[in-house]
Design a protein around this ligand. Structure first.
Ligand code: EPU
Length: 423
């Protein structure tokens, strides 16, 4: 049985919506806990299925895990080094953070290749090269199970060919207990990386330079427990800003760090969306006049986030003229376009590009969330479409959006969720 959601389009949304803790920080913070020798409490944990999968993996490693509302308490005192080969590994991409964290803790890790959304090829060569530079040896069997071990991890200089989020965090996790100094050059600068470094620092790690091109880590012998509160989810917030521009009258998006959304906010303003940014909230006013077409190019932070490219595509179908999206991070991340075309959009896809010809009237259809942010793009489309839209493969959306149905219903959306028999 899988679930689908049915959305009746055309109802204007109003009200206030609160953002949850950042998914892409959470999925690194939870594996990072295995580096601690005492209990760690993390606040602001979003209610998403990726967290459940990571909690399962922590339990497999013999951690005591308790979750209450929006926090998780993990006691890794009796942590054991066991191979991570269960289905939980495949449920998300970020299970690969256990590679760096367990390597840092035990100088050994055995786990199978992680899963996650298909966005085109997603190699982990930069992670592995980083581990090797720290002195690890790596084997991978025919089933894709990695075994990574080192007699001792020794700090060194690592230049990343690309400023990869995952590689930056994974190398940081492996290096915090390595002997001596590690320098990661051409490091990624996403806010989630800073959040992970902040928690590691509370645990006793010595890290400088996060948020710049060069991160310097002085290895320490022990890391202890701590309390940490996760930063707000900038991608969830960005999704709601776009959704508010498309389907809202006046929507207040709260628990936001507006600076994290600078590239989106400036594009929305260029399109003609009216917004008021203040402190930790953004007020978005729905459309009174027509939207202008704009071009976007996805780039590592602080450039335009690839994760917001898909939801923004939906809004661009409502802009007059042709918008061009250049996707430089995942050139194949355009599966949502075929689904939007089923609803009446006019989008041509070329290698690494999408041309969106607007404005088009969207109509309800049967569509499928092929990945997490495709799901978000379709929810926005369904809210503005004429008639009813059925979105299948909702589990992709549940991987990354905390209680999205509830948040939307509170704003006035008509959504129902039903189970359906799989063929
Ligand atoms: N890359 C390599 N080799 C590597 C690692 C990355 O070639 O070893 C390439 C990738 O193929 C891709 C680019 O580098 O073309 C960027 O990959 P990156 O490593 O930065 O991405 P990631 O860590 O796999 C995270 C987020 C993604 C988000 C990207 C880019 C998590 C768990 N995932 O992925 O989030 O799109 O950064 O910002 O943090 C999402 O939330 O929907 C999502 C997919």
């Amino acid at each position: 049985m899988s679930e689908k959601i049915i959305i009746e389009g055309g109802h204007k949304l109003n009200g206030t919506v609160m953002m949850s803790g950042a998914k892409n920080a959470t999925v690194a913070l939870i594996p990072a806990i295995v580096l601690a020798e005492g209990p760690v409490t993390v606040f602001g944990v979003p209610e998403i299925s990726d967290v459940e999968a990571l909690a399962t993996l922590l339990r497999e490693l013999n951690c005591n895990v308790e979750t209450f509302e929006n926090h998780i308490i993990v006691d890794p005192t009796h942590l054991q080094s066991v191979p991570l080969v269960s289905d939980a590994v495949n449920k998300l991409r970020a299970s690969y953070y256990f590679m760096g964290a367990l390597l840092g803790r035990f100088s050994y890790v055995k786990m199978k290749m992680p899963g996650g959304c298909y966005l085109g090829p997603r190699p982990i060569d930069l992670h592995l090269k980083g581990f090797e530079a720290l002195g690890a040896k790596i084997t991978c069997d025919e089933d894709g199970t990695y075994e990574i071990y080192a007699e001792e991890l020794i700090g060194t200089k690592i230049y990343l060919d690309f400023a990869s989020v995952g590689a930056t965090i994974n190398i940081m996790l492996a290096a915090v207990k390595a002997k001596g100094k590690t320098e990661i050059e051409n490091a990624a600068k996403e806010p989630e990386i800073i959040d992970v470094a902040n928690m590691l620092t509370k645990m006793g790690a010595k890290i400088r330079g996060v948020g710049t091109d060069t991160i310097t880590i002085e290895g320490v012998d022990h890391l202890g427990g701590c309390y940490h509160e996760i930063i707000p989810d900038r991608i969830e917030a960005g999704t709601f800003l776009i959704l508010a521009a498309a389907a809202g009258e006046r929507i207040v998006v709260q628990n936001v760090i507006p600076q994290h959304l600078d590239s989106l906010i400036s594009k929305l303003k260029e399109m003609g969306v009216k917004m008021e940014v203040s402190g930790d909230s953004v007020v978005v006013y729905g459309l009174e006049s027509s939207l202008k077409a704009v071009d976007i190019k996805t780039q590592p932070y602080p450039g335009f986030a690839t994760d917001l490219q898909q939801p923004l595509t939906t809004l661009l179908t409502q802009a007059t003229g042709q918008s061009i999206i250049e996707e430089t991070i995942y050139p194949e991340r355009f599966k949502h376009c075929a689904e939007l075309n089923k609803m009446g959009a006019d989008i041509d896809i070329h290698s690494g590009y999408a041309n969106i010809n607007g404005k088009t009237k969207l109509k309800g259809a049967n569509v499928c969330a092929t990945d997490l942010r495709c799901g978000a793009a379709l929810v926005i489309a369904a809210l503005i479409a004429e008639g009813e839209t059925e979105i299948g493969n909702v589990y992709h959306i549940d991987r990354g959006y905390d209680n999205i149905d509830h948040k939307l219903i509170m704003l006035g959306a008509r959504i129902t969720r039903i189970e359906r028999e799989d063929n």
